[in-house]
Design a binder for this molecule. Structure first.
Ligand SMILES: Nc1ncnc2c1ncn2[C@@H]1O[C@H](COP(=O)(O)OP(=O)(O)OP(=O)(O)O)[C@@H](O)[C@H]1O
Length: 249
């Protein structure tokens, strides 16, 4: 079961130019897919459509297999979304917050509470579960966001730039959590951290101007790198080559 944008057109305002035009894109049904692209490429818009928080102007967004549409409440139960800015509630503890989100997604109270505890353990925040979310660091808050996804047993997880602004330690912790999560649940993650993440990803999707410019397994993405690119720079080089940017080595 995965998510499909089926010939989707989207505009933010009635008379504005469409950000996406007749875009068909299927999120891979396993592992980690990273969504790359320059600022304004349409990554967050695509994520919001897949999350069901924005509705297409034309076309459909579906959960394949079930054919559930993103406009249905049932669809959103199966999809977890971590937006760029993780919302927090100053009054709630980490566990209360995760349990509340799981309850909103349809879990009953006791399952939501139990699920919140184990999800916070899984992301390494077991000891902070009683802390108010307002006291957590940006990296910890992002892990709380992932715990929300885990606590309600989503079929697909969408993460919008989850590593932006994390320090190197938080980044490592986050990657370890991600590795574990993707063993069970497919994750689509937008990021500008190509160097960090190309090694981790199973699939790379590159967007530009609202279109998918490249989509395929990570080795096929890296094959585009300049032949003389240093091993540590191959991902950056492949990105530059595919985007038609100047220096590719
Ligand atoms: N709320 C909005 N109202 C109008 N236009 C918007 C809105 N949000 C995004 N856009 C426009 O839609 C286009 C795609 O933006 P989007 O945020 O999806 O790109 P992105 O690839 O996520 O960029 P970034 O890497 O900067 O986050 C851009 O031209 C942007 O200006």
């Amino acid at each position: 079961m995965t998510l499909l944008l089926d010939r989707v057109t989207f505009r933010y305002h009635r008379w504005s130019r469409p950000v996406l035009s007749h875009l068909t894109y299927e999120v891979p049904g396993r592992g980690l897919t990273i969504l790359l692209g320059p600022n304004g490429a349409g990554k967050s818009t695509t994520m919001a459509l897949l999350a069901g928080t924005a509705a297409p102007t034309a076309g459909k967004v579906l959960l394949t297999g079930s054919r559930l549409s993103s406009t249905s409440r049932e669809y959103r139960r199966h999809v977890a979304w971590l937006p760029q800015k993780v919302p927090s509630s100053r009054q709630l503890t980490a566990r209360e917050y995760v349990a509340y989100v799981a309850w909103l997604k349809g879990e009953n109270r006791s399952d939501a509470w139990a699920g919140a505890g184990s999800a916070l353990d899984q992301v390494g925040l077991g000891e902070q579960q009683g802390d108010k979310t307002a006291r957590l660091s940006g990296g910890q808050l992002r892990r709380v966001g992932i715990a929300c996804a885990l606590a309600h047993d989503a079929r697909v997880i969408l993460l919008d730039e989850p590593t932006a602004g994390l320090d190197p330690h938080q980044r490592t912790v986050f990657r370890d959590v991600l590795r574990e999560v993707t063993e069970k649940t497919p994750v689509l993650m937008s990021t500008h951290d190509i160097v960090d993440l190309a090694d981790e990803a199973d699939t790379v999707t590159l967007m530009d101007g609202g279109r998918v410019r490249h989509h395929g397994g990570t080795p096929s993405f890296l094959d585009h790198a300049h032949p003389e690119a240093a091993p540590a720079r191959r991902a950056e080089s492949a990105y530059s080559v595919l985007m038609g940017l100047g220096r590719a080595q």
